[in-house]
Design a binder for this molecule. Sequence first.
Ligand code: CA2
Length: 155
Amino acid sequence: MVWQLTHDGTMTHILILNGPNLNLLGTRQPEVYGTTTLADIETTCVDKARILGIEVAFRQSNHEGVLIDWIQDAKGKFDGIILNAGGYTHTSIAIMDAISSVDIPTLELHLSDIHAREDFRQTSYIGKVAFDAIMGHGAAGYPMAIDRMVAKLKN
Ligand code: CA2
């Protein structure tokens, strides 16, 4: 196995965070969010990480404060954060502030293309502090996001 190293010589660690209601994936609204469950996506991400020689931690919470605690705690432990903040994307200045405070490269991720949906999804507070966004690719967006993050961390 060839390990992917960060600039300081340690293995790359990526934190993948999922916000509210994403635990319901694959069980409801398959026409919008697909039939893949969040557990399936986690397996895909762990397999992808193994192939790339990196480590991922994959988490979901329905609670804004829990997501903020995980972001704050990522400082010094993770090299990058991939964040699907769910509905908090469009409301949470607090999550945006948490990302700004840790100074860890953060990639915004969505299953759906939020810009092709309702007006209330057009504002993304996460997009104001993320270096890039991947959206509209369904579950396939997760491994794409890992590739994008690894490319970012190489530069
Ligand atoms: O497209 C995305 O990934 C979203 O972050 C998903 C959020 C939505 O509020 C964002 O605007 C875009 C909603 C996640 C809800 O997921 C469900 C999955 C299955 C059934 C019901 C909800």
